[in-house]
Design a protein around this ligand. Structure first.
Ligand SMILES: NC(=O)C1=CN([C@@H]2O[C@H](COP(=O)(O)OP(=O)(O)OC[C@H]3O[C@@H](n4cnc5c(N)ncnc54)[C@H](OP(=O)(O)O)[C@@H]3O)[C@@H](O)[C@H]2O)C=CC1
Ligand SMILES: CC(C)(CO)C(=O)C(=O)O
Length: 314
């Protein structure tokens, strides 16, 4: 299977790097500065699951069409931030030939409209990942904590050959993965958890454990999670009790140092995917007639952050 990974950041660098480390046929579509750094330093991963220093093949957008002309890609793994979606779509377009499948692992759901419009719904799998990772200033992919998994599936349900093929590749290289026959449910489980985590940890500028240690903190996170679960149910994807309890335990764990990746971005002064995640979920709550005051507070807070950071991009 020939794989193109858009982006060699935290998630794309981690999962693409694991593919490359195991000898899979993987190419990173990156911008010139990252291409130069990767040519010089290779791809460095620092992880509790094992460090890796891998020489990787890269291509920049201007050279992609020529590369595809030689040998087409089977799978494009999309790992940009939501605010880079338009440029990422333009960059990968030459790789999306007949028989090429796109697998986005971005958080949230809004990106599917743009991907379907550009590439056709049938060519876009549903996907998500569970990992806490960041790109250090020197370009190292730093994996924080142990989970590192990808979940993917056909958006109309069932299992197809392309899902089985990617699952077989993940199994071969040792990437923890789930081939889901109900990816929409998996996406809503993650989205409702993540939106609560992002809104809660960004509002409080604190980890899950620090919030849980305050008076009223656990009740506040539980109420926020309830708001997010209500939106999932209203969207026709109620989160099953077991998944709800697992997510809730993660959000209330007093021993947890977990923060949403959005909080790490915010603390670093970076742009955040607020509209794509917390804003989108609040808009869905509002449109369904659901009260979601904590989600609303998170969304307002993040808009204020974005406006103070860069009024043009808010
Ligand atoms: N980090 C985490 O722990 C987790 C993140 N996610 C989600 O995964 C998605 C990706 O996040 P993450 O990996 O952290 O983001 P990063 O910012 O670390 O990586 C994204 C990469 O995409 C590259 N990119 C963007 N646009 C283009 C383009 N047009 N051409 C080439 N490269 C491009 C960026 O390159 P450049 O450096 O040149 O800008 C950047 O390196 C987000 O939706 C996030 O919410 C999900 C689970 C966990
Ligand atoms: C919830 C988590 C940590 C899981 O991958 C995540 O997606 C994020 O922080 O962006």
């Amino acid at each position: 299977m020939r794989v193109l990974v858009l982006g060699a950041g935290a998630t794309g660098g981690y999962f693409g790097g694991r593919l490359a480390q195991s000898g899979a046929d993987v190419t990173f579509l990156v911008r010139p500065a990252r291409a130069q750094a990767l040519a010089r330093d290779g791809l460095r991963i620092r992880s509790p699951l094992g460090d890796a220093d891998v020489a990787v093949r890269t291509v920049t957008a201007d050279a992609l069409a020529a590369m595809v002309g030689q040998t087409p890609f089977d799978l494009v793994l999309l790992s940009c931030k939501a605010y880079d979606l338009a440029s990422a779509i333009a960059a990968v377009a030459p790789a999306m030939g007949e028989g090429t499948t796109l697998l986005p692992i971005l958080n949230g759901l809004l990106h599917y409209d743009a991907l379907d419009a550009r590439f056709g719904r049938a060519n876009v799998l549903g996907g998500l990942c569970f990992i806490s990772a960041t790109l250090a200033a020197d370009g190292t992919v730093v994996h924080l904590g142990r989970p590192a998994s990808i979940t993917f599936g056909e958006r109309d349900g069932g299992a197809g050959a392309r899902v089985a093929d990617f699952a077989a590749l993940c199994a071969r290289v040792g990437i923890d993965h789930r081939a889901s026959d109900d990816i929409a449910q998996a996406q809503w489980i993650k989205f409702s958890f993540l939106a609560a985590l992002a809104a809660g940890t960004c509002l409080m500028r604190a980890s899950v454990g620090d919030i849980a240690g305050t008076e009223g903190g656990a009740a506040c996170m539980a109420a926020l999670h309830d708001e997010c679960l209500a939106v999932a149910a209203a969207a026709g994807h109620p989160v099953p009790a077991q998944a709800r309890d697992t997510a809730r335990a993660g959000l209330l764990d007093a021993a947890s140092d977990v923060k949403a990746s959005m909080l790490r971005d915010l603390e670093a002064g970076h742009r955040v995917e607020a509209a794509h995640i917390v804003g989108d979920l609040w808009h869905r709550a509002r449109d369904a007639g659901l009260a979601a005051p904590l989600l609303q507070a998170g969304w307002v807070h993040l808009q204020c952050y974005a406006a103070s950071r860069d009024p043009q991009q808010a």
